[in-house]
Design a protein around this ligand. Structure first.
Ligand code: SF4
Length: 694
């Protein structure tokens, strides 16, 4: 009988972090299923977890590093140093050994450092690789290169959750384990298409809502979760803060707040209360003026009452964070928990649904310009990615190290980002495939995927999972590439394996990870451990104190700013179309992995624009292009539906060729510069009348 190994690990896709069991024969994965005892997956995986492994053996996997021929021509000294390692590949690229690639990278970084100074270099990425690699990239950038400029893709997703939660309760992470959904008496899901983006969490929500009819869902369009909701909130674009402040208003005016909790655990409530009561937008009756949304004036008080009087949890996604007031909206969410005491106990808490498999870990590791590992203050605060893009355009950033983040695809204003990258002297990319950004690089180094290496990943409930290789690979891990470059810059990294790096993390980031040794993580691979991990781990945060300096939860009121669709509705002048974007179940991020898995790709192989049936008169061709002041999409197929409000459009961003992110400019969250991906007014160009201009 042929030998099949069964190896346990963690899914490489979304922030849910499901426990998987892979069947492996002759170093090939033949099946992935949920670990039968997995506390996260609970015996189920979504299609990505089940079928999303074929990319490992894709014919175009980056096996050998590449160096741009033009780069070699422009840098003759580097070419001389590595000539023996270089072999022409095609018109644009030569293949190069890892030794040659890292020598070239070190020489170029040194030259740029000398010529323009350390701060002309930045590093971006880390949310899709292990904690060990994220940690080492920020350490290398800050300490070896001397640049404070590090960032990761939390910049375009949950940086506002970090900001909003740290400001009010001192910690920017989910407060409870997912299984507390079974202890909750009431749940609110806000701006999260959970069944598509975090399906295994959605399973729990649906299960509980089905039994207890205790779910409220708010979104700008009808999503699957609405079917299971007692309160089905469809709200106008950019109305999150408006709705959340209205809930606070109801809780205050009806005196539904928890006086003991407010007195013992919080400060600033009296001033917050006064401001909310004087807020011209906070009375839910305001919605009576908005045609098509009038029912919200009755629905919001009902939701606020149930939330306040029951043990409740709030879940949110990028529908909350990716707006100009994303951080303020997160603060408004935490205000609700602080007023009602719905935090710090089983079945009550706050759950930001982090997107990528290790975006929580990358932030914990200090891959942010304003935090060192463990959220300590760095010696010098660096720039956020949008600011770095501006610095590239202005000629002050000259070199970019990009580790597993497709900056030119998933960030906003793609035309601007591409133009900015054209200005830099050196771009190095560590990737699995020739993604959009890899195609622009001077050096591209193929690295191990998550299924080929050992490392720690932190999921959306702060759960650490020690991943182990399902198959072996000769490719380097991300951290090994960094180590090689560092050594060639005269450094002294001697790490032989990821464990040695993790042991250092446990010392540097001891407040969260001191007790999380590999040994212990191995022993608890099924249960996982939720940080902070010392003698025990911490499934529920904030039980006695908040993690602010003085232990009190704080209120930080901000008034909703009238704009966009709400303003047009109030003025009875709704014109044009508002686009919102999001994920679909079968694809992930820039689709570099999922599009190489046939079983996934055939489920969703092109971008589709969802349009309300009543708007059909404006869509006279089969495909349309969308246009804004910042750019134009490629032609996109249309699907008419009644699941979306008139004048609202929805599409995904996974397929680069649709060019959706060209439409978005620099409009972003006021604190974190997180792109306002969830609402933009677009012009419709039917394919027949816009063909010439495309
Ligand atoms: S829900 Fe997320 S972590 Fe779980 S199987 Fe699906 S993609 Fe993987």
């Amino acid at each position: 009988m042929e030998h099949v190994d069964v190896i346990d690990s963690v899914c490489t896709y979304c922030g849910v972090g499901c426990d998987i069991s892979a069947s492996v024969k002759e170093n090939k994965i033949i099946d992935i299923s949920a670990h039968p005892e997995g506390v996260v997956s609970q015996g189920n995986l979504c299609v990505k977890g089940k079928y999303g492994y074929a990319f490992l053996d894709a014919h175009d996997r980056l096996k050998t590093p590449r160096i741009r021929k033009r780069f070699l021509e422009d840098n003759p000294k580097i070419y001389d140093a590595i000539a023996l390692h270089v072999k022409p590949l095609d018109e644009t690229w030569s293949e190069v050994s890892l030794e040659g690639a890292t020598t070239a990278a070190a020489m170029k970084l040194q030259e740029i450092q000398k010529k323009y100074g350390s701060k002309s270099i930045c590093s971006i990425g880390g949310a899709r690789t292990s904690c060990e690699s994220s940690y080492l990239l920020q350490k290398f950038t800050r300490q070896t290169l001397g640049s404070p400029h590090v960032d990761n893709c939390a910049r375009i997703c949950h940086a506002p959750s970090l900001k909003g939660m740290r400001t009010t309760i001192g910690e920017g992470a989910a407060t409870n384990p997912y299984n507390d959904i079974y202890n909750a008496e009431f749940m609110i899901v806000f701006g999260s298409n959970t069944t598509e983006a975090h399906p295994i969490i959605a399973n729990r929500i649906v299960d509980v809502a089905g039994k207890h009819d205790n779910l409220a869902v708010f979104d700008v369009r009808e999503i699957t979760l609405h079917r299971f909701a007692k309160y089905k909130g469809i709200i106008p674009h950019e109305a999150n803060l408006l709705v959340l402040n209205m809930m606070a208003y109801v809780i205050i005016t009806e005196e539904l707040y928890n006086e003991h909790f407010l007195a013992d655990r919080t400060k600033g409530f009296e001033s917050f209360k006064e401001k909310i009561l004087n807020d011209p937008y906070a009375n839910p009756a305001y919605f009576e003026k908005l045609e098509g949304y009038e029912s919200l004036s009755k629905l919001i008080p009902k939701v606020a009452r149930e939330y306040a009087l029951k043990k409740s949890m709030i879940f949110w996604g990028l529908g909350v964070t990716e707006h100009i007031d994303g951080s303020y909206a997160v603060m408004a969410i935490t205000h609700l928990a602080l007023m009602t005491g719905n935090i710090g106990k089983p079945g009550a808490g706050l759950m930001p649904l982090r997107g990528q498999n290790n975006v929580q870990g990358a932030c914990d590791m200090g891959m942010l310009p304003y935090y060192d590992p463990d959220y300590q203050t760095p010696k010098e605060i660096g720039l956020m990615t949008p600011q770095l893009v501006d610095e590239m355009l202005d000629g002050r950033i000259k070199a970019v190290i990009n580790m597993g983040e497709d900056l030119t695809h998933v960030h906003p204003n793609s035309n601007k980002v591409n133009h900015a990258l054209d200005q830099v002297e050196f771009l190095m990319v560590q990737e699995l495939f020739m993604t959009d950004i890899a195609k622009r690089a001077d050096i591209v180094i193929g690295v191990k995927s998550a299924y080929e290496k050992t490392g720690v990943y932190v999921n959306a409930m702060r759960r650490l999972h020690l991943s182990q290789p399902l198959v072996t690979s000769d490719l380097p891990d991300d951290w090994e590439v960094i180590k090689l470059v560092e050594n060639k810059l005269g450094g002294n990294y001697t790490y032989e394996n990821s464990k040695q790096i993790w042991d250092e993390v446990r010392e540097v980031a001891y407040r969260r990870f001191s007790g999380a040794s590999y040994n212990r993580l191995e022993r608890h691979r099924i249960r996982g451990l939720q940080w902070p991990v010392h003698t025990e781990d911490t499934p529920i945060l904030h039980q006695l104190d908040f993690r602010t300096e003085d232990g009190y939860g704080e209120f930080h009121y901000h008034q909703y700013e009238l704009r966009g669709m709400v303003q047009e509705l109030v003025e009875k002048n709704l014109t044009g179309y508002y686009l919102t974007t999001g994920r679909t179940l079968a694809q992930y991020n820039n689709a570099s992995q999922t599009s190489r898995c046939d079983k996934l790709h055939k489920r969703y192989d092109e971008t589709v624009l969802f349009v309300h049936e009543d708007d059909a008169k404006d869509f006279t061709s089969d495909r349309v292009m969308l246009k804004t002041a910042f750019g134009q999409s490629a032609p996109i197929s249309i699907k008419f539906t009644d699941k979306i409000k008139p004048k609202t459009l929805f599409c995904t961003f996974h397929h680069g060729k649709a060019g959706i992110n060209r439409l978005f400019g620099d409009r972003s969250d006021v604190f974190t510069l997180t792109a306002a991906f969830k609402s933009i007014k677009v012009e419709i160009m039917n394919d027949e009348d816009s063909r010439d201009s495309f």
